[in-house]
Design a protein around this ligand. Structure first.
Ligand SMILES: Nc1ncnc2c1ncn2[C@@H]1O[C@H](COP(=O)(O)OP(=O)(O)OP(=O)(O)O)[C@@H](O)[C@H]1O
Length: 273
């Protein structure tokens, strides 16, 4: 594998209960880049992140991270690998009974033997990086949505990860907070010398901050390119996302039986009384 590629995904397949979700994904993500993954609801974006993080084992193909095949790692190796990965999931999910300081300190206490003084300095540095050093004593319940997301970001980078994965980091944020989080994702990535993968529905923000975008549909990569290539693209998938069109090749409804079969007149639905 080229020295420069941090994440190399080859012909990745994943199946839930016999239902194929990922059907031959190929991606090569160079070190230092911020990459967005987009696609309609349920197309497999979160599943892909979980295969990269080793929480799910693929049914076929490989994910290589640095020079290691993630799906072949033992539990102990995966645990060590996760120390080098930061993850920020939808809504940030802070521990509500821990202060801002303790939330950011959590991965440091969990994964290192650093002294309390060292942990204190590192936590305050990470909080400073997201503009919240002054908020270290607050409890999550007293933070705005944007502040809570910034604390989650500080926690995700607490261990100086080589790879940071974001699952819909902008969900539920107002446009100003969204812009702040977007810029932080970019600047923290560059300051840490990390690589970032972001699953998001926010095309406009992504076009401002990322180096490359992949579009998924039906468990496959259907389009990809740099922000300039994406803006200029005539691909119908890309066009639908960039212009937020409700109709197009991406269907937003989960596949269902016909209305006639599902509703009582059709007599086919056995779910509710
Ligand atoms: N634990 C599970 N068991 C069975 N099926 C699952 C499970 N988790 C997800 N799926 C299914 O796998 C498909 C892909 O889910 P995934 O969460 O990866 O999609 P997504 O692209 O991240 O969607 P969204 O944008 O709505 O979050 C969906 O159809 C979903 O219903």
């Amino acid at each position: 594998m080229s020295e420069n590629i941090l994440v190399d995904i080859e012909d990745l397949h994943f199946t839930y209960d016999g239902r194929p979700v990922l059907q031959g994904i190929n991606m090569r993500i160079p070190r230092g880049k911020v990459v967005a993954i987009m696609g309609g609801s349920g197309c497999g974006k979160t599943t892909l992140l979980r295969c990269i993080g080793g929480q799910l084992r693929p049914s076929g193909g490989t994910v290589r991270l640095a020079d290691a095949v993630v799906s072949k790692m033992s539990e102990a190796e995966l645990y060590r690998l996760r120390r080098r990965m930061g993850m920020l999931f939808q809504f940030g999910a802070l521990f509500t009974d821990l202060s801002v300081f303790e939330n950011v300190a959590f991965p440091l206490r969990e994964h290192t033997d650093l002294s309390d003084e060292m942990i204190r300095d590192l936590v305050l540095m990470k909080l400073e990086a997201v503009g919240l050093r002054g908020a270290h004593a607050l409890m999550p319940g007293s933070l705005s949505g944007g502040m809570a997301r910034r604390v989650a970001l500080a926690r995700a980078i607490a261990l100086d990860p080589m790879l940071v994965m974001y699952d819909e980091p902008f969900t539920g944020l107002d446009p100003i907070a969204l812009g702040v989080i977007g810029r932080l994702i970019r600047t923290l990535n560059d300051a840490l010398g990390a690589t970032s993968i972001m699953v998001t529905h926010d095309v406009q923000e992504s076009l401002q901050i990322v180096d490359y975008i992949y579009f998924l549909n039906g468990g496959r990569v259907v389009a990809e390119g740099t922000p300039d290539e994406i803006r200029a693209s005539r691909d119908p998938f890309v066009h639908q996302f960039v212009h937020a069109e409700p109709d197009g090749p991406v269907h937003f409804d989960y596949p269902a039986a016909s209305m006639q079969a599902d509703f009582s007149l059709g007599g086919g639905y056995a779910g509710a009384a």
